[in-house]
Design a protein around this ligand. Sequence first.
Ligand SMILES: *[C@@H]1O[C@H](CO)[C@@H](O)[C@H](O)[C@H]1NC(C)=O
Ligand SMILES: *[C@@H]1O[C@H](CO)[C@@H](O)[C@H](O)[C@H]1NC(C)=O
Ligand SMILES: *[C@@H]1O[C@H](CO)[C@@H](O)[C@H](O)[C@H]1NC(C)=O
Ligand SMILES: *[C@@H]1O[C@H](CO)[C@@H](O)[C@H](O)[C@H]1NC(C)=O
Length: 338
Amino acid sequence: MLWSSLVGALALVAPTNALIRFGCSQLVVDRLDPLVQPGVEPSAHLHQIVGGNTFNVTMDPNNDIASMATCTTCQFSEDFSNYWTAVLFFKHKNGTYKRVPQIGNLGFDNANGGMTIYYMQDALYNMNQSSKVTAFKKGFRMIVGNPTITTKEDARKFRQITYTCLQDMATRGPETMEFPTSYCPAGILANVRFPTCWDGKNLDSPNHASHMAYPISGTFESGGPCPDSHPVRVPQLFYETNWDTREFKDLWPADGTSPLTWSQNGMGTDREGYGSHADYVFGWKGDALQRAMDSNCYVNCTTLKTQTMEEQNKCSLANVVKEPIDGWLPQLPGNPTG
Ligand SMILES: *[C@@H]1O[C@H](CO)[C@@H](O)[C@H](O)[C@H]1NC(C)=O
Ligand SMILES: *[C@@H]1O[C@H](CO)[C@@H](O)[C@H](O)[C@H]1NC(C)=O
Ligand SMILES: *[C@@H]1O[C@H](CO)[C@@H](O)[C@H](O)[C@H]1NC(C)=O
Ligand SMILES: *[C@@H]1O[C@H](CO)[C@@H](O)[C@H](O)[C@H]1NC(C)=O
């Protein structure tokens, strides 16, 4: 379904509650990982990060991010959370790698790269958005996906981490677990949906994942109930990253092999993209997220303060790790071995 027709259809109903969809421009692309490798500089592989400018080598969960941050790259200016993923690289047949640029999504055309972020109460295409969800709390963080995964069997543990081959900017399907097998004229959308059932107690866990769970059956999208161990239904957090592959059109292999690799996997042991992963550090000001989820918000949200794209694009961080990340590189930053 085209996003534009979806929005058109939904404009006709008055949703009782909220789905918010917003752009966050690039904050920085850096080899840091404050969740998995806090204090380690540089971390094992490169990430692309959006959100508030308190992102750093170490992020103490006791800090009040929202009061420390001075800007955010996100459209909703009370959101100082950080959202990040690995970085996609194109591998040339001569053995060198180049970072695939990111572009703003449909509706966020002038964004400086970054991602589109969603918080949903019900499935994306459910017009009601009326189920009660509990917003994340101060200090909350989580990870989905696993950079060491190289097989479909392992990747299946994570529901709904997918790719969409964009024929144009509005393409929203089909989604595949593997990188697209041919060149996509408008780029590749990497889709990451987080688990939606929380244990109600822990803001984090040693592997940054076990305080969260998937519904007993199906997914959040299909309305499955949460397990007893993780009874609290939280918003479906969903990231879309538009990887703009257009500059590689003439270099794309004709034999169906994928020239893509995530930043953790320079040796190419994951040719399919099963190691897609993403991180979240909650940083909304006060109860802004809960208020938004309890309001009549659809995409836009007058309950929340909004800043202009120009202001979003102005917020950025200097790289902590000084190393080449652009141009044709003989190896990926950090030379990860997959
Ligand atoms: C990151 O942490 C270092 C060390 O604590 C500090 O000096 C620096 O100001 C922090 N950077 C940002 C952008 O907060
Ligand atoms: C690899 O190909 C790129 C793009 O054509 C070129 O700029 C680069 O110099 C080549 N590198 C090597 C080592 O051949
Ligand atoms: C939306 O709510 C109405 C009225 O409660 C219900 O009949 C309908 O099935 C719901 N639609 C979806 C997609 O859940
Ligand atoms: C959200 O707001 C923007 C800017 O005012 C507007 O262009 C867009 O159409 C709105 N989207 C929806 C779904 O209301």
